[in-house]
Design a protein around this ligand. Structure first.
Ligand code: ADP
Ligand code: MG
Length: 349
């Protein structure tokens, strides 16, 4: 960010909207009309279903501007929404972005936020087609709605898991959580000794997992190429444990997962050791991973076997057995949804 400060009121609401949205490109012919009218116009082709999802990010609840750069925040605000569309096995094509800003923010700050939003729109090829801009008395609030499309037979909900299906997770887990621990630690150091330089070197992987997560667009494409249709799917925003319980609840099944099969990066293990944390706990309960958790029929196992993007971590059981993890010692323990809960009083993350 440069040091200039232009007050938002200098542009006015309409000037600001125009200024922020003018350089966004349109990627999809289904976007008939984007920003600028009373409403956007989208064309829906015959046989497609539309999926719609919204997420709101509130300063002080979901992000802390002390260590999250605005550009990353803009990028992440799009990613978290697209992740929900991918979790339906659908393709996102349009987004709307609504912001509430206080006069604490300058035009240059909001430009940074939009630079991140634009970067994500380009990378994921989605069109910004509208939003709302309003003022807030203190913090920053960002609300994004994503619109996606899929053939009805492709859509994967949370309710389709069946007994004996395999439980599969993409990527690796626990990294975003460890990244957050490092940022929180350095924030405390800074608080007690302002001017101290944060010690962030050597933590690139986990910091990137926290600050610049990516949604798994590639997985939806890969599953289509491999001709694998997940029987159920969810994205990991609140932690593996809690997402498994959502799938199980909505599918009326139970599940057994194996501790030794949970994919965890060496960088995550190293960071967890440094904090004296159990890395399995970080992987089970750490939120904001944006990996996909899904179930497949046993007959599809061969299609995904050996692909480094996927880890089979367990299988679906009868509802009466509940959700369990078989530890490395061979003990079965009941999973708890200790996921990240934005509504828990007194907790930032
Ligand atoms: P109205 O008063 O009719 O709601 P607005 O002045 O709020 O219209 O919005 C004008 C246009 O700009 C609309 O197309 C709206 O979707 C779009 N828009 C408003 N705010 C944003 C924003 N923060 N980002 C993207 N588009 C926006
Ligand atoms: Mg409006």
């Amino acid at each position: 960010m440069n040091d200039n400060r232009t007050e938002l009121e200098k542009l006015g609401e309409f000037g600001l909207i125009k200024h922020l949205t003018q350089y966004f490109k349109i990627h999809h012919p289904s976007t008939i009309k984007g920003v600028g009218d009373d409403a956007a116009i989208l064309e829906v082709s015959q046989g497609d279903q539309v999926v719609v999802t919204t997420d709101m990010l509130v300063e002080g609840v979901h992000f802390d501007l002390m260590y999250v750069p605005l550009k990353h925040l803009g990028y992440k605000s799009i990613v978290v929404n697209l992740s929900d569309v991918f979790a339906m096995n659908a393709t996102p094509k349009q987004v709307t972005v609504s912001i509430a800003v206080s006069n604490r923010f300058s035009l240059e700050a909001i430009e940074e936020l939009y630079a991140g939003i634009k970067k994500a729109c380009e990378w994921y090829e989605v069109d910004l087609v509208g939003g709302d801009t309003t003022s807030s008395t203190s913090g920053l609030i960002i609300s994004v709605t994503a619109i996606g499309f899929a053939k009805p037979e492709k859509i994967a909900t949370r309710s389709g898991a069946r007994v004996n299906d395999l439980v599969v997770v993409t990527g690796d887990l626990g990294g975003a959580y460890m990244g957050l621990q490092i940022l929180e630690r350095e924030k405390e150091v800074f608080r007690s000794a302002p001017g101290a330089q944060p010690n962030l070197t050597g933590y690139d992987y986990v910091l990137e997992r926290q600050l610049k997560p990516e949604a798994r667009k590639d997985i939806v494409q890969l599953l289509a190429q491999m001709d694998v249709k997940p029987t159920s799917m969810i994205d990991i925003s609140d932690g593996l444990s809690s997402e498994l319980m959502h799938l199980a609840d909505q599918s009326f099944v139970g599940c057994d997962i194996y501790e030794e099969k949970i994919p965890i990066a060496p960088e995550t293990i190293a960071a967890a050791k440094e904090f004296n944390l159990d890395y399995t706990t970080a992987a089970l309960n750490g939120g904001e991973e944006y990996e996909l958790l899904f179930t497949i029929k046993q007959s599809d196992f061969e299609k995904i076997q050996g692909n480094p993007n996927f880890s089979v971590i367990g299988h679906i059981t009868d509802e009466s057995s509940g959700c369990r993890m078989i530890t490395k010692a061979g003990e079965a323990i009941a999973l708890k949804a200790q996921g990240w809960n934005a509504l828990k009083p007194g907790e930032m993350y």
